[in-house]
Design a protein around this ligand. Structure first.
Ligand SMILES: [Zn+2]
Length: 320
């Protein structure tokens, strides 16, 4: 049952994704806000209404939404709210929640280029369509206002914005200094490490982001904030953040080293490594498994443990 814990109420909604339920939060201040909204499905909408009613609220009472990031399971349900509802988030949400033809064309070109570079054989190129399948649960909305590093949330001045890119380029974490409470979206999850999703460059002509490296930096950044309770985007709350940060960073390093080991029998492409890491899942979840693999490769490159070998348009990696 949804209930207030001070000024915050956790609401859990179903999603059509493998990750399972998503958490969104009603937050009271000068105004009443929802931090994230859920995926665009009738089930999520019904359960949101039901849990709001347990809090004595109806959707019309919500005055504004704050997005931790743009992913469909967090932002899609915006389409069920009136167009007049105010939506705040990092400016990089916009390209994903309000997808233009131009962005989608650039998106497709970007992934096709990556598929070639990653050494994905033609027979698997048809799986490129999969990458967009989750967008049908997303919304078609525009931000009312942009919030960035150090900003206070409009109408909720207790809440401060910390930019935490990695899982998404748009990702922010909200921090309440007086009691160290964090609303962390998918940046901090109790049981799993979020996927460092590959995204097109944020501007034309620049290199793609390196989301695993960003994620590690964003994790380390939270060491500077005396954190109490962390409200997460999926699953349980986290109460011991410093330990979780160290555990995640250590585990990712170990995982990268096991990927390096796979190169002992010769140079491999990202796709070779992906199939070896995820033999059962790579066809079903190509986008996620490629992102995870490319993340480990980017990390090993950053440490100088491996180096690229270009063969035409295909990139192989070998131990240095
Ligand atoms: Zn997400």
């Amino acid at each position: 049952m949804a209930e207030w814990n001070g000024t915050i109420a956790k609401i859990t909604l179903p999603t059509p994704f493998a990750v399972g339920d998503v958490n969104v939060y009603a937050v009271k201040g000068d105004r009443l806000a929802l931090f994230d909204v859920g995926p665009k499905t009738d089930e999520a909408w019904d359960l949101l209404k039901y849990q709001l009613s347990e809090l004595g609220l109806v959707p019309e009472d919500i005055e504004m939404v704050v997005l931790t990031h743009d992913h469909p399971d967090h932002a899609g349900l915006l389409d069920y709210f009136p167009k007049s509802l105010e939506v705040y988030g990092h400016p990089l949400n916009e390209r994903w929640i309000n997808r233009t033809d131009e962005f989608m064309a650039a998106h497709d070109r970007f992934y096709l280029g990556l598929f070639t570079e990653f050494g994905i054989p033609e027979t698997y190129q048809k799986l490129a369509g999969q990458l967009k399948k989750s967008l049908k649960y997303s919304c078609s909305r525009s931000l009312t206002g942009e919030i960035m590093e150090g900003d206070r949330v409009p109408g909720l001045p207790d809440w401060q914005v910390i930019e935490t890119p990695g899982h998404a380029q748009s990702h922010i974490t909200l921090y309440r200094e007086q009691d160290g409470v964090l609303i962390a979206g998918d940046h901090i999850l109790a049981h799993i490490s979020p996927n460092p999703l590959l995204e097109p460059p944020i501007a034309k002509g620049i290199e793609r982001p390196r989301p695993q490296l960003q994620y590690n930096r964003s994790l380390a950044k939270l060491r500077d904030y005396p954190a109490g309770l962390v409200y997460t985007g999926h699953g349980a709350n986290v109460s011991r953040l410093p330990e979780l940060i160290e555990r995640r960073l250590t585990r990712q390093h170990e995982r990268a080293m096991s990927v390096k080991k796979m190169l002992e029998d010769g140079p491999k492409t990202v796709f070779d490594l992906c199939r070896q890491l995820f033999p059962a899942a790579f066809e079903r979840e190509l986008g996620l498994t490629l992102s995870e693999t490319a993340g480990q490769v980017d990390y090993l490159l950053s440490l100088g443990e491996i180096e690229p070998v270009q063969d035409g348009k295909i990139k192989y990696f070998k131990i240095r």
